[in-house]
Write a protein that binds this ligand. Structure first.
Ligand code: ADP
Length: 251
């Protein structure tokens, strides 16, 4: 059986093709058209695997752009797909924290990997990848550089809860000569604090797995562990867990 999972996120489109024991992955920016991004992801996966579209048995699409993509047999929510993908990689997972480009989610799963409960923030950019992208821009950095450049020992507090005010706060701190590494640590702490508050409300059960593109940021990972008071494991291939889950559900 050959299956494809496509996760059309707000920032990045991700795909996973499972062909027996072989696994192929593809990623590209979603851009303005999630539908086109999905089509391109499928084409890249098929090319890598040396397959024709007719040789794929089932395709499942997930992510916010899933409704615009008509190449899938089924669409399934990101909550179910992340849960499936993370549980496959980490059967000991009971709490999943997913921070993506424009939302953050906390998902509780049981010992069978079934979703027991979840909480989601998709109303406010604070506590999402968007917040980090705005701050990286204000600091003249790429979002991928933030984790390496933070200096937790010099951390300052970024107190504004709103992305727009926090951006102007960061610009003010820069103008006052505050260490960039200290500002970045403060930005990470603000994200960690916000997501941890949502996770604590839902209730924390170990093991806690951190996934989504933001899990690549070591600074947010550090801040999340501190704010939760629990060890958190950053998932391997964290940006692909939703697409992997979609492929496994297709299977
Ligand atoms: P979505 O599914 O909403 O498109 P993703 O789970 O793909 O979101 O995560 C996108 C976010 O991941 C970006 O907003 C950015 O903050 C973060 N990100 C992407 N690449 C990196 C990287 N190399 N290092 C750190 N963070 C990253």
């Amino acid at each position: 059986m050959r299956v494809v999972g496509i996760d059309l996120g707000s920032v990045a489109a991700k795909g996973v093709l499972l062909d027996g024991r072989r696994i192929y992955t593809a990623l590209r920016p979603t851009g303005w058209s999630p539908r086109e991004a999905g089509e391109e992801i499928l084409a890249v996966l098929l090319q890598q695997a040396g397959l024709h579209a007719s040789q794929v048995d089932k395709t499942v699409a997930t992510g916010y752009g899933r409704v615009t993509y008509n190449g899938a047999d089924r669409t399934i929510t990101e909550i179910s797909c992340h849960a499936r993908g993370v549980f496959h990689l980490y059967p000991q997972a009971r709490t999943i924290i997913d921070i993506g480009g424009q939302d953050s989610k906390v998902i509780s799963i049981n010992h069978e990997g079934k979703v027991a409960d979840f909480a989601m923030n998709d109303r406010c950019a604070a506590g999402t990848g968007r917040f980090l992208q705005v701050m990286a821009n204000a600091l003249g950095l790429e979002v991928s550089q933030l984790g390496e450049k933070e200096k937790p020992g010099e951390q300052v507090t970024v107190s504004s809860m709103c992305t727009v005010f926090a951006e102007s706060e960061v610009i003010g701190l820069l103008a006052a000569g505050t260490s960039i590494g200290g500002i970045i640590a403060g930005v990470h702490q603000a994200v960690g604090k916000r997501v941890a508050a949502m996770a604590k409300k839902l209730g924390l059960v170990e093991k806690i797995i951190f996934t989504g593109g933001v899990a690549m940021n070591k600074g947010v990972h550090r801040a999340l562990c501190e704010e939760l008071g629990y060890p958190v494991l950053a998932a391997q291939e964290c940006q692909f867990t939703g697409a992997l889950g979609a492929a496994l559900l297709a299977l």
